[in-house]
Every structure is written in C-alpha cells, then in structure tokens.
Design a protein. Structure first.
Ligand code: GLU
Length: 292
C-alpha cells in the first residue's frame, strides 16, 4: 500500500460574477481528476477583493456547482480568512529585502513608459514596472509613508532571482497523464505587485500561500494562468513551499473562437439553467458525461 497522502485538488473561483461554462469545465475537470486519483476536492472562494466580491455571487457558486452535480470537502476555504498568513509571507519577503513600497498609479506608470513603444509588457499585457519607486531614497520612502500615502508592495525581481535557486521549473501534465518539465520564466513579470494599495495581498501571493497551507498537490486550472505559474514557482521557491503538480487545461471558446469569459458575455450557468438546459446535457457537451 502506498504511504503517499491522498492528492488534494481545488477549484478556486473568484466571487465577482456568475460562473460561466468555462468555470463548469474547470470544476468538472478538477472533480474528475480527484476521483481518478482517489483524491480530495476543496472549494476555495478567492474573495480577497472587497470591491468586487459580492455575497450573492458566493451563494450562486454553491448553487451552480450543486446543479452540476459536484460536491466538495467542507469546510469551504475562503481567502478572506487568511490575510494574516499573507501578511506573514510579506514579512518574510520584507526581511529578505525582496519587496519595496510603490506609490505609483497605473496612469503614472503608463505615462512613464508612453514614449517607449517597445516597452516590454507582462504576460497579462500590462507594461513592466519601470522601477520608479525602487530608486527612491529611504528618506523619501519614509516621508511618503509618514504622510499617509498608500503604497503597494512590489517584488524586486532581480533581487528575487539572485536569491532563488538556479533553475526553477514545474511538472506540467496538461490534460494528460504524461508530465513534461517546464522551465519557469518569472522575469517576464518584472517587479510584480505582491500587495495592492487597496488590499494587503494579491492574487499571486494568496494563491501560492493557500495552495501550500491547504496541502494542494495538484493545481488544475485554465491555460490563461500558465504564465502565472512561472511567478508562482518563484514565490514558492523563495518561501520554501512545496511545488504542486500543475495541470493547465484548455480554455473553451465561443462559436467565434473567442475565449469564454464573464466579461465577454459568455453564458452564465444560471442562464442556461433558466433556458431549460439540463446539467446532464451540459456535462455531456463538455465531455464529462457520467460515469468516468
Ligand atoms: N480565482 C482564479 C479565477 O477565478 C483562479 C485561481 C487559480 O486557479 O489559481 O480565475
């Protein structure tokens, strides 16, 4: 008998809108994998953003997933319960001299790079941070903080890379069984924000801390987060956290070939339900007809 603990997977939606068909694919993908691996499936509500999180979206997530026929381990995990864990991680980065406060607004960053048409962008399309606040004197930093200005905390990427082990990578399974080694390219993200001005953490930091805290062994999520994994592996490396196996699955496209996303008006599961589409029909359409 194997002494390896049961694999742990998670479906981790952000409650800032209703789940759509792409989410259904991801949740079903995780559930099937958990069954096949004899693992546990966690549900994690990624609710760090008070501006965008709404309680009715959390309830709707439960309703939609139950309608799909999914179940998950209780208790439901919530990122909003873990701000002190994120704070501790930020303190570690601070003690290692890997973060600095940044007072810039998005508009200031855009203006700083406007004259440079070839200015590099991160994998999400945002201009790499030009380092304005990295060059501030300690005195000026203290003055701004004392005057009550809000600061984000940015990772000093060159310092982080210098401290990290030589080569960082991960084991990528895609949708299959055969892993391949991927070399991480965290430098693509530049001096990324680890704690926002309005929220004392960020998606990247929270997801890395939570996956470790919750013992997640297999991260199965959409290909849109493939590039983020480079950064996540760097953060794990710096925080001495274990590396999960990664399984980035395809993104569903609408008939015009565009990625399905809340913002592009792709059908919400609740709308399909209201139109009389059955969960069995949707599951079958997505390739998850029972039994596995
Ligand atoms: N909360 C993220 C989303 O809804 C997913 C994060 C993840 O799976 O790492 O897109």
């Amino acid at each position: 008998m194997s002494s390896d603990p049961a694999p742990i997977l998670r479906f981790a939606p952000s409650p800032n809108g209703h789940l759509h068909v792409g989410h259904a694919f991801s949740a079903l993908f995780n559930a099937r994998l958990a069954r096949r691996l004899g693992g546990r499936l966690l549900l994690r509500i990624e609710d760090i953003d008070p501006q965008r999180t709404r309680p009715e979206f959390v309830d709707a997530i439960f309703d939609d997933l139950r309608w799909l026929g999914l179940s998950w381990e209780e208790p439901v995990r919530r990122q909003s319960d873990h701000f002190s864990d994120y704070e501790r991680a930020l303190e570690r980065f601070g003690e290692a001299g890997l973060v600095y406060p940044c007072f810039c607004t998005r508009a200031q960053i855009a203006a700083a790079v406007a004259a440079r048409h070839d200015w590099p962008r991160d994998p999400d399309g945002a201009p790499l941070y030009p380092g304005t606040c990295k060059r501030l004197s300690e005195q000026e930093r203290a003055r701004r903080l004392d005057s009550g200005l809000h600061a984000a905390l940015r990772l000093d990427m060159s310092a982080a890379l210098a401290l990290a082990q030589d080569r960082i990578g991960w084991c990528e399974y895609g949708e299959g069984e055969q892993p391949r080694d991927v070399t991480a390219e965290p430098a693509l993200w530049g001096d990324v924000v680890l704690a926002r001005k309005d929220v004392p953490t960020s998606y990247h930091l929270s997801v890395v801390v939570d996956d470790a805290l919750q013992g997640v062994s297999d991260v199965a999520r959409g290909m849109d987060l493939f590039s983020a994994t480079s950064l996540h592996r760097l953060l794990q490396n710096l925080l001495d956290l274990p590396a999960p196996r990664y399984r980035h699955h395809r993104l569903l496209a609408d008939p015009q070939g565009r990625k399905l996303a809340k913002s592009e008006g792709s059908p919400a599961l609740r709308d399909l339900r209201a139109q009389g589409v059955s969960a069995a029909r949707l599951r079958a359409d997505l390739g998850f007809a029972e039994p596995d």
